[in-house]
Every structure is written in structure tokens, then in C-alpha cells.
Design a protein around this ligand. Structure first.
Ligand code: TYM
Length: 332
């Protein structure tokens, strides 16, 4: 069987939330059991939107702490920050010359993030997906666990890898496979079930942060939008109730159950019943992670050691691959 090489990244732009955990981190932890895994705190990506330098430094450590608190083991997986391995930026430049402007123009996340005033967005934000492709391809990664919001970027990465291999008539890069959770690939906002749960949402009531206390979790779930009618019997009735569907999906995933089974258990009941159960299971699963994040943050020397050791390991693989890539391109 072909060996998997897993790569993924998370931006250090604030506290991680339930969407990051269910869509990505939980999968990172499962994958580390049987595969070679590289997990990166993508600080070069973070600066595509201005970051206060002190906050950025704190957030790099906090994201590393969240990786460890979720169950990643720095002895099994390589954990590091992107800017400490220069190969990411070097390969990104080469890939900037492979990707086509038309391909980038299709990226919906750039359109969303740049908003109406696109001329004022940084050039980095526009070519961000090429840097993401470089992150993945630098290690010749074969599998990439992400939430559904990153699917289009992964497709672009596959196109870039294919184009590079074709242009240079050499099979340098494997074509990486996205690994997207089946049951819950997109956790939605607690205030608006048509929007994804996001760090950048102004309302903290829209998300559960991994560092939330039990009281905060109860308050946020109580306030979460649901429905005035009781919980329906069938999946089809949920089509027009995105907030209710989101709460039921989150509960099913945390409870290691399916949406069908949850509906069977809860049909006809009030949403307050679901909300109580959901708060309980969130407190059981998320609060211990939050506590561990705080504990890890108390030992910054340890966190720095983890990322320094990880960077050294990542750099070795990156330098070897980069040498082959530069040689392929025709650099001396
Ligand atoms: P980022 O930092 O926005 O999010 C980190 C991971 O969390 C997932 N995620 C979600 N999943 C489900 N529901 C949600 N509401 C939700 N919000 C976030 C994201 O899909 C992601 O997997 N561009 C990436 C970071 C990146 C990367 C890479 C990922 C840079 N280079 C290479 C994979 C491979 C990003 O901004 O993720």
C-alpha cells in the first residue's frame, strides 16, 4: 500500500474554535496514529491581512498549544511554524510562475475576504492559494485534511502540481488528495446557519472557542438560533432550517452518532432538550482542551522547543525536495 504523507496548516490569527476542531484538528489527531504527518502554523498566510507583531507572536504559540491540547504528539508528528522554513516562500515563487491568473481569479475565498474594495487587498491575499500549494507540495504530501471551505484551494493545488509535472515532463509532485470529514465538513455560525463558523465573525456568540468556559458554552448554546417548531422527524424537513441542522450535526458528531440516529432520539422534542444535551457534551469534550491550552501557554519555553525541533525536521525534508525542484526548473 502507498504510504500517506499528510500535511495541513492552521492560521495563527486568534483563538481556534469548534469549526477548526471538528473540521480539521480532530482529523489531524486520528491521522497521526498510522501516518507520517506534518502540521504547520501558517504564519506567512496570517500576514496577508495586517497582524499586530506582538499578537502574531502570541497567536503562533497559542495555535501550537491548541495543536498539542487537541492531542497532537510532537514526537509522532512534525509541528512547526511556516516562516521558519524558508522553502515555503521559495517554492511559492516558483509556483507563482506556474499558476495562471485565470485560476486565481476563480478563488471564492479571495472574493469574500477582499470584499468590494479589491484594489486595496494585499497582493499576498490574492496569491495566497499558491503559497498554500507550496506548503503542501514542498513535502511531496499525498493527503491533506481540511474543512470543506478549503476544497477549492486544494483543487488549485492539484492543478498546479499537474501543470508543473507536465511543463517539466517529470513526475516531481504527487497529486494530493483532500481529506474532508464526511459528517461535518463545515461547522456553521450559531447565529446564522448559512455562514461558516469563523474567527473573524464580529459576534463571539456565533462560535464556540476552544478556550470557552463551561458557563460561556451554556450561554452561547442557549442563545444559538434554532427553530420555533419542535425538532422534526425527517432529514428533508431540515433543508429549510440551517441553524437547527447545524446544532443537530454538531451534536451527532460529538456524540459519535449519525444525524438519522440523533433525529430518531430527538424528534418531537423542544430545541431546549437538544441544547441541554449539546452543552453537556461540549463541556465534556471542549473544556478539557481549553484547560490544556492554558496550561501549555504557561510554559512558553516548551512550546518554543516543540516548534524549533519541528522546524529542523521540516527543513531537512524541504531542503532535499527543493534541491530537486530547483534542478528541475533549471537553476544552477
Ligand atoms: P484556517 O486557519 O482558516 O482553518 C484551519 C482549518 O480549520 C478548518 N475550518 C473549518 N472546518 C469546518 N467548519 C468550519 N467552520 C471551519 N473553519 C475552519 C479549515 O478548513 C482548515 O482546515 N488556508 C488554510 C490554512 C493552510 C493550509 C495549508 C491548509 C495554509 N496552508 C496547506 C492545508 C494545507 C486556512 O486558512 O485555514
Amino acid at each position: 500500500m502507498e504510504k500517506k504523507l499528510v500535511f495541513s496548516g492552521v492560521q495563527p490569527t486568534g483563538s481556534l474554535h469548534l469549526g477548526n476542531y471538528l473540521g480539521a484538528l480532530k482529523n489531524f489527531v486520528d491521522l497521526q496514529k498510522n501516518n507520517e504527518c506534518i502540521y504547520c502554523v501558517v504564519d506567512l498566510h496570517a500576514i496577508t491581512v495586517f497582524q499586530d507583531p506582538k499578537e502574531l507572536r502570541d497567536n503562533i504559540l497559542e495555535t501550537t498549544a491548541a495543536f498539542l491540547a487537541s492531542g497532537l504528539d510532537h514526537k509522532k508528528s512534525i509541528i512547526f511554524n511556516q516562516s521558519s522554513v524558508s522553502g515555503h516562500a521559495e517554492l511559492a515563487w516558483i509556483l507563482n510562475c506556474v499558476a495562471r491568473i485565470g485560476w486565481l481569479n476563480r478563488m471564492t475565498q479571495f472574493k469574500d475576504k477582499a470584499g468590494k474594495d479589491r484594489e486595496k487587498a494585499s497582493v499576498g491575499l490574492y496569491i495566497y492559494p499558491n503559497l498554500m500549494a507550496a506548503d503542501i507540495l514542498l513535502y511531496k504530501s499525498t493527503h491533506v485534511p481540511v474543512g470543506a471551505d478549503q476544497k477549492q484551494h486544494l483543487e488549485l493545488c492539484r492543478d498546479i502540481a499537474q501543470r508543473f509535472n507536465n511543463d517539466f515532463k517529470k513526475n516531481i509532485f504527487p497529486i494530493p488528495e483532500p481529506l474532508i470529514q464526511k459528517n461535518i465538513s463545515r461547522v456553521m455560525s450559531l447565529r446564522d446557519g448559512t455562514k461558516k463558523m469563523s474567527k473573524s465573525d464580529e459576534s463571539s456568540y456565533s462560535r464556540i472557542d476552544l478556550k470557552d468556559s463551561a458557563d460561556e458554552i451554556v450561554k452561547k448554546i442557549k442563545k444559538a438560533k434554532s427553530d420555533s417548531l419542535p425538532i422534526p422527524e425527517s432529514l428533508s424537513e431540515l433543508d429549510s432550517k440551517p441553524e437547527a441542522l447545524n446544532l443537530l450535526n454538531i451534536y451527532s458528531d460529538l456524540n459519535k452518532s449519525t444525524l438519522e440516529k440523533t433525529l430518531n432520539e430527538m424528534k418531537g422534542k423542544d430545541y431546549s432538550y437538544l441544547k441541554n444535551k449539546l452543552s453537556e457534551i461540549l463541556i465534556e469534550i471542549i473544556c478539557p482542551i481549553g484547560k490544556k491550552i492554558t496550561q501549555f501557554l504557561d510554559d512558553k519555553t516548551f512550546l518554543e522547543k516543540v516548534i524549533n525541533e519541528g522546524s529542523e525536521k521540516a527543513n531537512k525534508i524541504a531542503q532535499k525536495n527543493l534541491k530537486e525542484i530547483k534542478n528541475t526548473v533549471g537553476f544552477l
